[in-house]
Each structure stands twice: as structure tokens, then as C-alpha cells.
Design a binder for this molecule. Sequence first.
Ligand code: PLP
Length: 394
Amino acid sequence: MLQTIAAFDRIGEENAFAVLARATELAQSGRDIVNLGIGQPDFRTPDHIVEAAIKALHDGHHGYTPATGLLATREAVARRTLATAGVEISPESVMIMPGGKPTMFAAILMFGEPGAEILYPDPGFPIYKSMIDFTGAKAVPVPIREENGFAFSAEETLALITPKTRLLILNSPANPTGGVTPRAEIEKLVAGLADHPHVAVMSDEIYDVMTYDGETATSLLQFPEIRHRLIVLNGWSKTWAMTGWRMGWSIWPETLYGKVRKLAVNCWSCVNAPSQYAGIAAIDGPQDEVEKMMRAFDRRRKLVVDGLNEIDGISCIVPKGAFYAYPNIGGTGWKAKKLASALLEEAGVALIGGPDFGTLGEGYIRLSYANSEENILRALERIGEFLATSAHSP
Ligand code: PLP
């Protein structure tokens, strides 16, 4: 790995944060902005989780914890993995991380170096490519196609593997598309990976329980044949509305666990103690607030998809997971980033242009429906009106 200043210059951005900053600036200057840009639940962290953190501080839990996380928090993650994925894991394979992102950082850092290739979803979460570029490895996009319901294609993914491939990044349910890859496709992919024992897998399952219409996401943990080369990324941010707590977890093969533990010791020491107690309460406590949030997301999902499909030039397939709609805007004549920028500056609607998620993002925009029904309706009305009255730029 070549961590020179030049490597730092290759680090990218997550444009959702830049859009959030601009939307906030416009709002502060008195503009009425509807923000469908940032990917975080608009719900409060449930009270019992907040109380658990406060109690932990009052009880004196304010010091360092083990770098891997409190055993009790790791045991809670093991219970949760059994409950959601039906898989028994050892707490000794669990790392408590300061959010979801540090797991991708650690995994990509472990496998990326000049000469190596890393496969990542395109469109996909922008940090994957940014971190791959940082390591000097070649970032190889795996196309995620609308005609495929924004699921991975096992065949297409496997065809991109070369002797230089070190890591394959998967994400289902997916950001930015809301796509959920069907179990059969994942089975095909895992079967094909038997021919490529040199390839490790990082499965980003941060939206694992955020699915709709009875859809269930398949965890890669359910395939024991790849467990020795599988890293699973997950966390509290989305499911329990805890983005600002910076609480994530990951599950590692034995051979890599010591390495990520050392990275933690050198980099962040441990995740803050009270949050780890809150994390236990989130997993073990009542889930009714989570269910309420998911019911609200489901209603908004329908609202946003129906509304988008009524706008001339826009078509939107029904997302099966996460809280994003990813409409095709090909019929409007607009370039995606120009449209996103014009909608923010002129119509007061913040959303993200597809190209911010990869080279295949042209022709699409991402709307986060983590906002009230009232605001979603206002945004849809503004988008429709804007497109009907504005000449598109080339
Ligand atoms: N993975 C995916 C697919 C995401 O969409 C996000 C956040 O948007 C993350 C990981 C990062 O989560 P965190 O905020 O916990 O770092």
C-alpha cells in the first residue's frame, strides 16, 4: 500500500453530505427546503435506548472498553444474528466499530494495494470506491441494473473476477437503489466463488431488516462454505435511527479478527462505552418503535413511487428495501446531477444525482424517503412543477 499524500488526494467524498450542507445553508438563508438527500431515518432513537446510555454514564461506564467492544455488546450482536439470519456466531468474531463505515475502511485497507483489484457495486455506496482508490487498488465496478430489479447478477459478477481480484463487495438491501438481491442469485454467486478461493467477500448488510412486501434479505453468513473469507458489515445507524451515535459492528473470519483489532487499538481504541450499552438495549429491548418506523417508511415508499411515476419523463420501480427510491429520469432530457442541482437551487428539493453513486448512475436520481408524508408530497409537487415549466439543460 502506498499511503503518500497522493493517496490522500485520491480519497473521494460522499456527496450526500455536501448536499446536506448546501440544503442547510439555503434553509438558514430563509429558503423553504425539503430534504430528501441524506440517508438517515427522521425518527428519534427510541427512548429506552437513550436511557440505557444515560444510565451507563451514571453507573460510571465512561472509560475505555476492550478494542473489540464490550463482551456484553458482542454477545448481543451474536443473539441478534441468530434471530435475524438464523446463524450462530461467536462473540469472539464480532468487532464493535464506530459506525458502519470503519468496517469498509478496514476491509478495503486489508485487501487493497497497487496491482490488486476490488469489485464493488455501481451504482453503490460511494465510500467503497473512494477507499479502494485510496489503497491504490483498481476499483472494478459491478453493474447493478434496473432491468435486474437493481439486484446483483451472479453471472456478471463472477465474470469480472480475475487472478488479481482480492475482494468482492456486496450490498443488499442496497443504497442507493433499494434493490434486494434474491436468494437464488446469491446461492449462484456463492457456488461460483468456489472456483475463486483467492477472493474475499465483504457483505454490507446494514439494511438487513429494512425490507418490504414480505421480502427478506439473505445474509451471506448463511453460507458456511465462505465463512473463512467473509466479512459482514452491519450496525445500529439505520435500523434503530442511531446515525449520530457512530455504532456499528462487523463479523470477521478468525484469520482477520486480530488484524482489525490491532487497527482499532491504533486508530480509535474502542467505541465510546455508553453507546455500547445503548447498543445492547437496542438489540434486546422492544422493537415496536422499529416496526412503527418501518410501517411509516412503507407508506412513504408507496407515496413516493406512485408520485414519481405520475411525473412525465420519470419512471420508478418499486424498491424492496432500505429507504431510497431510485427513479429513472431518462425521459426528462436532464442530466442527473444538473437536475439534482437545479431542483435544490430553484425548486427547494434536495436529492442526489445518480452519478454520485457510480458511473452507471447517469439517468437516475436518489430520493431518501426518510421524511414526512407531507414533505414527500410537497417535494413531488415541486419536482413535477419544475419539470413541467423549466426547459432542460443539455
Ligand atoms: N453502508 C451503506 C450501504 C450505507 O448506506 C451506509 C450509510 O449511509 C453505511 C454503510 C454507513 O453507515 P454508518 O453511518 O453507520 O457509518
